[in-house]
Design a binder for this molecule. Structure first.
Ligand code: GDP
Length: 413
């Protein structure tokens, strides 16, 4: 049976130990050959760099940047239970953009908090973002427990404060645990130094998270990414974002509302595939699909949604240029890309304090969030985020940069 993969992000304030933890996880899970670790240590010493664990990740980042064939944002881990893809994006702004564009589309998050510093602004903003993105599987790691002499009282006090904050943004963490990423305490196995901690180690917590990749009873949604001309047919490629797709199934191509049938499903050149599941990257040959283009969405006949050009969304703004009402922007959702405007803003909030700053404002500024009513130039296939995440997550762009991102809270007729 194929091993399961879980996509993970490590989030938190700068210097709270994210890189050190990823390096530690790579070492402790034995995800790199021993020779490779030695080689990286040697390079690091030769460069005169501090041989601390975060160096390992720096070296891997450099290697990945030099090798164009490797995705620059992913680190692979293996435990006895499953494989993990850790989305590693150094830099706060890049990280937020990656998360919001769905490029990184994590299923679980580790929130790192330095026990000496507690929750900082970036801790809160990242937590707010993952809550907004609907990432429900969250483990909080209170790091640098070695710096407070493994003190239980310090851990317990901060644990309560964090639980209260997370509760306000609807995150119920799977666990809040003490660790030392640097010393390797409570990462792979439990440690005598924290005898008072009865809960699991970090890796046991991760392995205990339930994956929900195969949700079969959701409606079919297949956004078209690209089309290849074959000798006698067109191969339509993309990622199955929701539901199941079966060979021979009757489907509808939206927004043109054209009925057709799946002739064959292809994966890595193999054409005999009978069923595709959510999360799979596949190629499809349809019976008849003239005019199919990137941005179209293939749906099931019994569950075809009405394309819509008006909806409410919760937006997080991350550009120095403010978000202004009635200004033309680009709306991107899955592979769809159309012009749009913001019609009204119900309220705006500060993503670190969660306080309401203004009601009915005219603009959103950097790091502010708000509920916005949008209108697109043409109808798009969107869904409430709580129903189908991939079609409920969007970005707002100006042609050069991703300026804001959000989730759809209400689809309007
Ligand atoms: P990032 O900015 O969140 O990626 O943080 P880094 O992983 O780069 O760590 C920042 C600093 O904290 C580095 O000097 C690390 O060696 C140090 N650090 C990370 N984890 C621990 C820990 O568990 N204990 C101690 N004492 N230092 C740590």
């Amino acid at each position: 049976m194929a091993r399961e993969t879980l996509k993970l992000v490590v989030i938190g304030h700068v210097d709270h130990g994210k890189s050190t933890l990823i390096g530690r996880l790579i070492i402790d899970t034995g995800s790199l050959p021993k020779g490779k670790i030695k080689e990286l240590k040697k390079i690091s010493r030769e460069l005169g760099k501090d041989t601390e664990i975060a160096f390992l990740l720096d070296q891997l980042r450099e290697e990945r940047e030099q090798s164009r064939t490797i995705d620059t944002t992913q680190v692979f881990l293996k435990t006895s239970k499953r494989d993990y893809v850790v989305i590693d994006t150094p830099g706060h702004a890049e990280f937020i953009k990656n998360m919001m564009t769905g490029a990184s589309c994590a299923q679980a998050a580790i929130l790192m908090i330095d026990i000496n510093e507690g929750m900082m602004e970036q801790t809160k903003r990242h937590a707010y973002l993952i809550s907004m993105l609907g990432i429900k599987k969250v483990i909080v790691a209170l790091n640098k427990i070695d710096l407070v002499n493994y003190d239980q009282a310090r851990f317990s006090a901060l644990k309560c404060e964090i639980a209260v904050f997370l509760n306000r943004i609807n995150i119920a963490p799977a666990a809040i645990i003490p660790i030392s990423a640097k010393e390797g305490v409570n990462i792979y196995k439990k440690d005598k130094k924290i005898k008072w901690h009865y809960g699991p180690s970090l890796i046991s917590c991760l392995d205990a998270l339930k994956s929900d990749l195969r949700v079969a009873n959701m409606p079919l949604r297949f956004p078209v990414q690209d089309i290849y001309d074959l000798d006698r047919a067109k191969m339509i490629v993309g990622r199955l974002e929701s539901g199941l797709l079966k060979k021979g199934q009757q489907v509808v191509l939206l927004p043109q509302n054209k009925k057709t049938k799946v002739s064959s499903i292809h994966v890595f050149g193999y054409r005999g595939k009978k069923t595709a599941y959510r999360g799979e990257n596949i190629g499809l040959i349809l019976d008849n699909c003239p005019g199919v283009k990137r941005g179209d969405v293939i749906v099931g006949q019994n569950c075809a949604p009405m394309p819509s050009s008006s909806f409410k969304g919760h937006v997080f703004w991350m550009s120095d240029q403010p978000f202004l009402l009635h200004k033309k922007m680009i709306f991107r959702c899955a592979t769809q890309e159309v012009g749009c405007i913001g019609v009204s803003i119900e309220k705006k909030i500060d993503s670190a304090t969660l306080g309401i700053i203004d009601k009915d404002p005219r603009e959103l500024r950097f790091n502010e969030a708000g509920s916005v009513l949008f209108k697109t130039d043409v109808p798009v296939v969107v869904e409430n985020f709580t129903f189908i995440e991939a079609l409920g997550r969007f970005t707002i762009e100006n042609g050069q940069e991703v300026q804001g991102a959000g989730i759809i809270t209400e689809k309007l007729p």
